[in-house]
Design a binder for this molecule. Structure first.
Ligand SMILES: [Zn+2]
Length: 571
C-alpha cells in the first residue's frame, strides 16, 4: 500500500480505448448464473488446493532479510523478480513480458531535491509583519519535491489558499469558484469533501490536484499540513522517507510521464510552518483545519509572496514488472485477459530505521504476491482451463507512486482493449479469521455482482469501506487500471472476525500505527493467520475465475463517475 499519495503522482492520463460496446449490434450473449459457475466440482477442487503453507512459504522467502526490503531498482528486488518468474515458469505459464521473457523492464528517472541548494522563503505583503523574507528550514519546516525536467528551477509569486484545490462538477463542488490563481502559487490542504468513498479518494490524489491547479493557471504548489494528514502520513515520516528519491517512468522519448513544467516548485510544510503561512490572513490555520473537517475549507488570498528554488539531483534506472499468461480455453474469449496484479516492491533498507533497518514488507506486499502465486497455480491446474486468458502481473515501484502498474496499464504487452478487468491484491491483513470482505471499486462496475457471488460461495459478508478517510481506492495498483478505463477491484479482508475474542478494527489500527511501512512488518510479527489468508485467497481466486468464465465482459455501472471519466467512448 502506498503512502506517498500526497506527493507522488501515481496515475496516468486517461487514454480512451475502443469500446467493446461498439460491437453493440450483437445480440447479448446468454449468461450462466454466477452461482452455477461457482458450484462446479472443479471450482471446489481448486479452492481446496489453495494451501496456507504455500502462502507462508512464498512470504517467508520474499520477506527474508536477504532480499533487503525489495526496494525498486535494487538487487533484493531483482532476486524477488527472478523468484516470481521461476514460479510462473514452474506452473507452465506463458511469458508475457519483453522479448518472450517474464520481465517487462520499466525505465525510470529519479529526482531528489538537493537540500543544501533548495529553499523556500515567505515575504509578508500585508500590514502585519516585516517585508523582509523569512527563510524556512529544510526538513524542520518544509521539504521540496525534485523536478523531473529541470536541474534548477525557481518561482516567486503571490500565494492563494485554494482549500482542497478540487473542482468536481458532478458533485457541484469547486474550491476555485471565487479565486484567481493565475500566475500564483496555490496552497492547499490534504483531502477532499465528503463524496462517495472512491470519488473522495480520486479527488484526493495529487495528480488530480496538480492538473486542476494547472487548469487554473497556477505556477507552484504548497501542500499545508493538518491533523488529518499528520494522522495518515506525518511530516516526520515524510522527512524520513527523503532517503529515497521520487520516481517517474519515462516514455520512449525519455520524458518523465506526468511531469508538468507549468508547476515550478512543490513544497510541503509541517504544522508550525502552516500556522506561519496563515499569519495575518483572513483565516487562521486552526479555522482552516476546522472548516476542512466539516468538508468545506475556505479559499482566499494570503498576504504573502513565496519563493521556491529547487535544485534537483536525478538518475536513470530500470526495474522490471514480472508477467505471465494462462491461456484461455474458449476460442471465442481467449483473446481477452483478466489481469491479476500485486506489487512486489517495498521500501528497501534504511540506516536510520530501528533494528536491522530492513523493511521486510511481509504483509506489504509479500502477502499479495504469495496469494497471487497460489491463485495462479490452482487456476493453471484447472481442467478445463478458464475461458478467458488470465495475466498475472507482479509490479515494481508501487511504493514510489503506483508506477510499475501505471507503466503496464499505459504500455501493456497485450492488446490494451483485451484487458477486461483488474483484480489487485495488496496487504492481506491476515491477523484474524476472516468473516467478511471489503472490496474497493466493487460499487462502480458489474464486478460488484461478481464479488457478491464469490463472497456468497464462501459464506463471507461483503461490507462497505470502513475507513473512507484512508482513501485506499487510489493507494494501490488497481487505480492505474481504473485510469485506463478498466473495471477494477481490490479485495481486502473486512473488520469482522470469526473469533469473537479478536477486535479486527483495533488490531488493524494498531498495525497501521506500529508496523505499516515499518521494519516490524516481518514474518516474526504475532498473529499471522495463514488459514485466514488461504480463505481470502479462495475469494481472490473465485473473483478472477468468475470474470474469466462469464460470457459478458465486465462493464462500468451506467452513469458511473469513473466509467464516464475514463471508459472507452463509442466512436
Ligand atoms: Zn506500502
Amino acid at each position: 500500500m502506498n503512502s506517498k499519495l500526497t506527493l507522488m503522482i501515481s496515475v496516468g492520463l486517461s487514454i480512451f480505448l475502443l469500446t467493446p460496446a461498439s460491437r453493440g449490434a450483437e445480440k447479448p450473449p446468454t449468461q450462466k448464473p454466477a452461482g452455477s459457475i461457482l458450484s462446479r466440482a472443479s471450482v471446489s477442487a481448486a479452492m481446496a488446493a489453495i494451501r496456507p503453507q504455500a502462502i507462508r512459504a512464498h512470504m517467508g522467502f520474499l520477506a527474508d532479510d536477504l532480499l533487503a526490503g525489495r526496494g525498486t531498482a535494487t538487487r533484493g528486488y531483482d532476486v524477488a523478480a527472478r523468484y516470481v518468474a521461476a514460479q510462473f515458469a514452474a506452473m507452465g505459464l506463458k511469458p508475457a513480458g519483453d522479448d518472450h521473457s517474464f520481465l517487462q523492464y520499466v525505465p525510470f528517472r529519479t529526482a531528489h531535491a538537493d537540500e543544501s541548494k533548495s529553499t523556500l522563503s515567505l515575504t509578508a505583503t500585508g500590514d502585519k509583519g516585516s517585508k523582509s523574507p523569512i527563510a524556512l528550514k529544510y526538513r524542520e519546516d518544509f521539504l521540496l519535491r525534485g523536478d523531473f525536467g529541470r536541474q534548477s528551477v525557481a518561482v516567486t509569486a503571490p500565494v492563494v489558499f485554494v482549500g482542497y484545490g478540487i473542482t468536481a462538477p458532478s458533485e457541484h463542488y469547486d474550491d476555485y469558484e471565487h479565486i484567481d490563481a493565475k500566475g500564483k502559487i496555490v496552497a492547499l490542504i490534504f483531502g477532499a469533501p465528503k463524496f462517495d468513498s472512491a470519488l473522495k479518494a480520486h479527488y484526493t490524489s495529487s495528480l488530480q490536484k496538480i492538473k486542476n491547479a494547472i487548469a487554473h493557471g497556477a505556477v507552484g504548489m504548497i501542500v499545508v499540513d493538518d491533523p488529518v494528514l499528520e494522522g495518515l502520513y506525518p511530516f516526520s515520516k515524510r522527512v524520513r522517507d527523503l532517503r529515497t528519491p521520487d520516481f517517474r517512468w519515462l516514455d520512449p522519448q525519455g520524458a518523465a510521464h506526468n511531469f508538468f513544467p507549468q508547476i515550478k516548485g512543490v513544497a510541503q510544510l509541517n504544522v508550525d510552518a502552516t500556522r506561519r503561512l496563515f499569519d495575518g490572513a483572513a483565516y487562521s490555520a486552526e479555522q482552516v483545519f476546522e472548516a476542512a473537517k466539516s468538508g468545506r475549507p475556505p479559499a482566499f488570498d494570503l498576504p504573502l509572496i513565496a519563493t521556491i528554488e529547487t535544485v534537483t539531483q536525478s538518475r536513470e534506472v530500470r526495474s522490471p514488472n514480472i508477467l505471465a499468461t494462462l491461456e484461455g480455453s474458449d476460442p471465442g474469449l481467449a483473446h481477452e485477459h483478466v489481469v491479476y496484479s500485486a506489487h512486489l516492491d517495498h521500501l528497501g533498507v534504511s540506516e536510520s530505521a530501528a533494528g536491522d533497518g530492513i523493511y521486510n514488507g511481509a504483509l506489504d506486499n509479500a502477502s499479495g504476491i504469495a496469494i497471487m502465486l497460489e491463485t495462479a497455480r490452482v487456476l493453471s491446474q484447472m481442467n478445463p482451463r478458464p475461458r478467458r486468458s488470465i495475466l498475472f502481473l507482479a509490479v515494481t515501484a508501487e511504493e514510489d507512486g503506483l508506477l510499475g502498474s501505471d507503466y503496464f496499464a499505459n504500455n501493456p504487452t497485450v492488446d490494451k482493449r483485451s484487458i477486461v478487468a483488474n483484480v489487485n491484491v495488496d496487504e492481506d491483513k491476515m491477523l484474524w479469521p476472516v468473516r467478511d470482505v471489503v472490496v474497493y471499486g466493487a460499487d462502480h462496475s458489474s464486478l460488484g455482482r461478481v464479488v457478491q457471488a464469490a463472497a456468497t460461495r464462501l459464506q463471507l459478508a461483503v461490507s462497505p469501506d470502513p475507513e473512507p478517510e484512508q482513501v485506499i481506492f487510489v493507494r494501490s495498483d488497481q487505480y492505474s487500471f481504473v485510469q485506463q478505463g478498466v473495471p477494477s477491484i481490490m479485495p481486502n479482508p473486512g473488520f469482522k472476525s470469526l473469533d469473537p475474542a479478536i477486535d479486527p478494527h483495533a488490531l488493524s489500527e494498531k498495525w497501521e500505527k506500529t508496523r505499516y511501512h515499518e521494519v516490524g512488518d516481518d514474518m516474526s510479527q504475532p498473529g499471522l493467520d495463514f488459514e485466514s489468508a488461504a480463505t481470502f485467497a479462495r475469494f481472490v481466486y473465485l473473483c478472477g475465475y468468475l470474470i474469466a468464465e462469464e460470457t459478458q465482459r465486465p462493464t462500468w455501472n451506467p452513469g458511473d463517475f469513473f466509467g464516464i471519466q475514463y471508459a472507452p467512448k463509442s466512436p
